[in-house]
Ligand binder design. Structure first.
Ligand code: NAD
Ligand code: WQD
Length: 337
């Protein structure tokens, strides 16, 4: 079985390609390297001992995609390709709509042209907006408050309409909660450009002395310690979830939506403390104002994922912190080519 992974050089894609290769799948990767480096693909090959057929291309480039589908008989596609920064999406909404939405439209058109009808899509817990309660089940109301989230929600609508019009499609919409951590080898991990926006890559930069302290965005939320609570999931667990989703598509299930989370929420302070434990010394922090647009609490009800695709996150918070820190300590400047 051959899987096309778009955006495979990125953070979640690189970990997923390893799991696919370990599970006997052949992997073709299309990535324009707009937010990643080729060395990540080389590391995937080094870790797995297997080859990835790599194409440097933008998924909006129809001819480039046709070439890939002509040269390979693809069974299923996992689409990670897209832009993902919430703040940037507010400054560059048109670029986000163009890349994320037009990108998947071109991909679907070329898939149809070549009779490939199995697709896994990276959605996000962001489509739940500010949930009315926790834990969050897949049938909660959907809303968004920024262009990035809107691209995810609109694509979910597009995929539902596509399936209604052609039920030969098998579509897996995976709503990720907060992926963190890295491959235990320390050879691949999250490598954001500049100062990280997300909590964990920020904390690991503080751990290696690249940033002075963690800014905690608010301690007056209605949560047990006043700081925001999220469902952090090890990227290795998330990657395994994709293999299960691909296997499920082979059973021709139609369209399904699952949360990929652990079902457990940790606060920002708990995260800082967990990293202090992994580091063996206190991680410095300062409490500051809330970040606009943040919600108090968000964690998954993961029971449908377990029931439907057999997914259950196995790795602990200690595993997540150890592996994230190991990656950052081994690669204080991220990937260097
Ligand atoms: P990432 O930026 O590390 O990976 C995305 C990859 O896609 C990058 O390698 C980038 O170069 C590539 N890419 C972007 N636009 C492209 C295009 N038009 N053609 C080809 N390649 C393109 O991001 P990630 O964290 O690995 O996220 C993967 C997917 O999961 C994204 O769609 C993201 O929105 C979604 N997601 C991520 C998170 C998260 O917290 N990381 C949470 C929920 C959902
Ligand atoms: C986590 C918690 C912050 C940074 C984002 C996207 C979401 C998804 C995952 C893609 C919050 C606090 C953060 C810092 C802090 N991505 N924080 N200091 O906001 O839950 O989700 O990434 O789909 O769409 O919105 O993740 O890691 O930014 O924040 O105190 O320097 O940490 O307030 O409570 P978030 P995050």
């Amino acid at each position: 079985m051959k899987i096309l992974v778009t955006g495979g050089a990125g953070y979640i894609g690189s970990h997923t390609m390893i799991k696919l290769l370990e599970n006997g799948y052949e992997v073709v990767c299309v990535d324009d390297l707009s937010n990643s480096k080729m060395i990540a693909v080389k590391k995937v090959e080094e870790i797995s001992g297997k080859k990835v057929d790599f194409y440097k291309a933008d998924i909006r480039d129809r001819e480039a995609l046709r070439k890939v589908f002509t040269e390979h008989k693809i069974d299923s596609v996992i689409n990670f390709a897209g832009y993902k920064a919430v703040g940037e999406s507010c400054a560059k909404p048109i670029e986000y709509y163009d890349n994320n939405i037009y990108g998947i439209l071109v991909l679907i058109e070329v898939m149809r042209e070549f009779g490939v009808k199995n697709l896994v899509f990276s959605s996000s817990a962001t489509v739940y907006g500010n949930p009315h309660k926790v834990p969050i089940t897949e049938d909660f109301p959907l809303s968004t408050s920024n262009p990035y989230g809107s691209t995810k929600l609109f694509i979910e609508y597009i995929l539902k309409d596509l399936y209604k019009s052609d039920n030969e499609f098998n579509i897996s919409i995976l709503r990720y909660f907060n992926p963190i951590g890295a491959h235990p080898s320390g050879k691949i991990g999250e490598d954001p450009n500049g100062i990280p926006n997300n909590l964990c890559p920020y904390i690991t930069k503080v751990c290696v002395g690249k940033l002075p302290f963690v800014n905690i965005f608010g301690d007056d939320y209605p949560t047990p310690d006043g700081t925001g609570v999220r469902d952090y999931i090890h990227v290795e667990d998330l990657a395994e979830g994709h293999v299960l989703a691909v296997k499920k598509l082979e059973e021709k299930p139609g369209l399904f939506i699952v949360n990929l989370g652990t079902g457990v929420g940790y606060s920002v302070l708990e995260m800082v403390n967990a990293f202090s434990k992994a580091l063996g010394k206190e991680v410095p922090y300062k409490i500051g104002p809330r970040r606009p647009g943040d919600i108090p609490m968000c964690y998954a009800d993961p029971s449908f994922a377990e029931e439907f695709i057999g997914f259950k996150a196995k790795r602990t918070l200690d595993d997540m912190c150890r592996d994230a820190l190991n990656w950052q300590l081994n690669n204080p400047d991220g990937y260097v080519e």
